[in-house]
Design a protein. Structure first.
Length: 177
């Protein structure tokens, strides 16, 4: 009899500390009633900051490749849609890049793929500021729910009398809040 009581006690204690099983969620959208129902690493509703570093090839009169470094900050509104503001600096040419735009993500954990479209202000230290459109594509690995690393390629189309094109290839680290 003692053996049966001990086994029953162990089974009940193990069941009390086990994770709840996923199931349906009762209640309105976004409510927490019921069990499960929400993806554990949802991207939406998060602020993020990402630092990036890489190379920028600027085609303006002659083609030059220099080091590019910068910072983006943004907010993920939905799992697939986010807004971001950014700053980048091309070192040897002394060019500042100020950007703002959207990014659309496709999450396949542990990978995340995204497309971006930014409006950018091309601001060299000597010369006039110019406006451009910057489409981009990237892939990242989700290391933790708050940490991602990845690669990105962007092509800048600067509107000017002369043709200015910038190809940017960068590595990035993103921290989510």
């Amino acid at each position: 009899m003692k053996v049966i009581v001990i086994i029953a006690t162990l089974v009940l204690a193990t069941g009390a500390f086990a994770d709840p099983e996923p199931g349906r969620t009762d209640g309105s959208e976004g409510s927490e009633y019921g069990k499960g129902g929400y993806w554990k690493n949802a991207q939406y509703g998060r602020f993020y900051v990402e630092g990036f570093m890489g190379s920028a090839t600027v085609d303006f009169e002659v083609s030059r490749t220099d080091i590019l470094a910068g910072l983006n900050a943004g907010y993920i509104i939905e799992d697939w849609l986010g807004f971001q503001l950014g700053y980048g600096h091309i070192s040897d040419q002394d060019v500042n890049l100020y950007s703002g735009g959207i990014r659309s993500a496709y999450n396949r954990e542990p990978f995340n793929y995204y497309f971006s479209l930014d409006a950018e202000l091309y601001s060299p230290s000597a010369g006039e500021d110019r406006f451009g459109i910057v489409p981009g594509v990237g892939a990242e690995v989700i290391l933790h729910k708050h940490l991602r690393v990845g690669l990105r390629f962007q092509r800048d189309f600067i509107f000017a009398d002369e043709t200015i094109k910038i190809n940017k290839f960068t590595a990035k680290v993103q921290v989510d809040f």
